[in-house]
Design a protein around this ligand. Structure first.
Ligand code: TMP
Length: 232
């Protein structure tokens, strides 16, 4: 049974009450749905890439909602209650932080920066402080600490993978959920839809910016990224 449909995925219940099946869709959106297209093969690419990342994170000791990849476009995951935060980690200035705070695009940060954005479409997912997170009863001090710890651990592992591919991990967005015991687990997806990735030498984009900025074919870009990922 369909439990939830988002912009890029559908979530279905299974015979096991604690397990969901996720289907990746061939849809791509940008700017909170302002730009939208159907692209054949995109669901497959993001499912394969996300599964690869979650498996590698698991090997490095970071548990997530991921159980296993079921098919080219589907995964089995643990049921979690999604925490309404987009957790963004930035290593290099790009995107909204350039516009908002005047950093120069491409400037490397002294240390990774973790930010919280409130997941609320009607408010356009605004940036919020730790105090706002507490005020909105989204998470307490202990949860905030755990979210940041896991976000930085994901960053470390992703950087390792990108280095092996001769790529720079500029920034990325992740989401977390709580399982039935209240444990915080990494959830959602990690794909070129949710990361900024640049070639170390040419600075060529391997991410959704090619779609956001109309600079190339999204399918070709993601296919190239998956091929590189499978080579390491
Ligand atoms: P930003 O520079 O637009 O704030 O985005 C930071 C990173 O988060 C970038 O890798 C894209 C990703 N992101 C999402 O995956 N979904 C979103 O809704 C937003 C705003 C950003």
């Amino acid at each position: 049974m369909l439990v939830y449909e988002g912009k890029a995925k559908r979530v279905f219940s299974t015979d096991d009450e604690q397990v969901f099946r996720i289907e990746y869709k061939d849809e791509v959106t940008a700017g909170n749905g302002a730009k939208k297209d159907k692209m054949e093969g995109k669901g497959r690419l993001n499912n394969l890439i996300t599964s690869h990342f979650f498996e590698r994170l698991q090997k490095e000791g970071l548990e997530s909602h991921f159980i296993k990849r079921l098919s080219e476009t589907e995964q089995l995951v643990k049921k979690v209650e999604i925490i309404p935060l987009e957790v963004v980690v930035r290593n290099v200035a790009a995107g909204s932080i350039v516009k908002r705070l005047g950093f120069e695009k491409g400037q490397a940060f002294d240390a990774p920066l973790v930010e919280f954005y409130y997941k609320k479409d009607e408010l356009n997912d605004p940036f919020i402080s730790d105090d706002h997170v507490k005020l909105l009863h989204i998470a307490n001090d202990e949860d905030i600490k755990e979210l940041k710890r896991q976000a930085l651990q994901v960053n470390e592992t992703l950087i390792k993978i990108m280095n092996e591919m001769n790529l720079t991990l500029v920034d990325f967005k992740i989401e977390f959920g709580k399982d039935k015991d209240g444990k915080i687990l990494l959830a959602d997806e990690i794909s070129p839809d949710t990361c900024r990735i640049w070639d170390k030498e040419t600075k060529e984009n391997f991410d959704k910016d090619v779609y956001r900025e109309d600079t190339g074919s999204l399918i070709d870009t993601y296919t190239k990224f998956l091929t590189k990922l499978e080579e390491i």
